[in-house]
Design a protein around this ligand. Sequence first.
Ligand SMILES: Cc1cc2nc3c(=O)[nH]c(=O)nc-3n(C[C@H](O)[C@H](O)[C@H](O)COP(=O)(O)O)c2cc1C
Length: 189
Amino acid sequence: MLYDLVMKNRSYRSFDESRKISREELLGFVDLARRTPAARNRQPLCYRLVHTKEECDTLLPLTGWASLVNVKLPPDGHAPTAYIVICCDTTIEPDITRALRDVGICAQTIMLAATEAGLGGCMIGSFTPEKVSAALKIPEKYRPMLVLALGKPDEKVQLVEAKDGNVAYYREGGVHYVPKRTLEDIIIK
Ligand SMILES: Cc1cc2nc3c(=O)[nH]c(=O)nc-3n(C[C@H](O)[C@H](O)[C@H](O)COP(=O)(O)O)c2cc1C
């Protein structure tokens, strides 16, 4: 059921490192994403797959995690075991802001596919594109837009109702709580 998949598809920031992710699994996720809608059907998005321990170790320190909580995430020994760096091919779409909506659609599609496969992860917008490109030797024409960190989640994430407009996520007793605005709050009257 789509409802269950969407509910399960939280942002996870702690992983069981014994669950490796193969290049074939990542290819399967991207193969799905390439079939989603694209503005003017230009399809400027390309993907850099990261799954070796060496490249995962290189990428992790270039990503920023959960700035709202004062906890080191992912915890040591609980890192993602793969990443997909969604890039915009600037020879197809030179104005990268035009690709942003496509990025969202593809990112969520990949995260849902990963969730269905028993995995999970976190979309990471906190990184410096030039540093990621240099570390992964991504050719200059590809602009990194969003990093998807993937792994087998080993933490509990719980949705709660946002109260008084407070949407800051927080951690308590090892559980990561995520306030969501109510339906009433988001329907324009
Ligand atoms: C475009 C985008 C960028 C994000 N960037 C980061 C990030 O850099 N670091 C991080 O820890 N979480 C990041 N997140 C995850 C959000 O913090 C998370 O979606 C939010 O707290 C709600 O939690 P949920 O995904 O479990 O509903 C990002 C999410 C989105 C959609």
